[in-house]
Design a protein around this ligand. Structure first.
Ligand code: G3P
Length: 191
């Protein structure tokens, strides 16, 4: 079981946002916008394709960790690998544990763990983003509701890992929360 946690963590540790922006010569993501390595900040480089690729790969690494672990190790291994991939994204070994805020990896992990729940989480994010145009607020709402919906679907095991990820997402968004409260959080695509 520990091997699935290590596998998930190492896969989650790959910082696709940094890899893609460096490969495309878009500058140092750490010096742009919020300084975060996620898709929202990649969009601030002005390259929509790079942002979409970051979103897909950061969510895909969570989903792949879950699906492989489930196939070879069962449901408990899948939950462990998904949680570990999320931790890897937030605290990657390759970046001296200074990683991202975990939202895309959280969504990918949840989709693979339980697709109806993933659909609800993505819809919560998309609907909030469509109304407010604020990525962090959308992420915070989706993260906060996911454990509640998982519990409602009768998946207390997934609710537990979703709650763990939600707590970390809130902690990782502490600067965003301060800006939201101050009314200075930028809209999607703005610096
Ligand atoms: O997914 C991260 C997002 O919720 C906030 O990103 O760059 O605006 O801090 P950013």
């Amino acid at each position: 079981m520990i091997l699935w946690a290590i596998f998930g963590y190492l896969l989650g540790s790959v910082p696709f946002g940094l890899v893609i922006t460096r490969a495309l010569g878009l500058g140092d993501l750490r010096q742009i916008g919020s300084g975060n390595i996620g898709a929202t900040n990649v969009l601030r480089t002005g390259n929509k394709g790079a942002a979409l690729a970051t979103l897909l790969l950061d969510s895909g690494k969570g989903a792949i960790a879950v699906l492989l672990a489930r196939h070879f190790g069962g449901e408990a291994a899948a939950i462990l690998a998904g949680g570990a991939a999320f931790l890897g994204h937030c605290f990657p070994i390759w970046l001296r544990f200074k990683g991202g805020k975990g939202v895309a990896t959280f969504l990918g992990t949840v989709i693979a763990l339980n697709w109806p729940l993933g659909l609800i989480a993505c819809a919560t994010w998309a609907l909030t983003a469509a109304i407010t145009r604020i990525s962090s607020l959308s992420a915070l709402l989706a993260a906060a509701l996911a454990p509640v919906f998982a519990w409602g679907l009768g998946r207390t095991d997934i609710a537990a890992v979703a709650a763990f990820m939600a707590v970390l997402i809130f902690i990782r968004h502490h600067a965003n929360i301060s800006r939201l409260l101050a009314g200075t959080e930028p809209r999607i695509g703005r610096k």
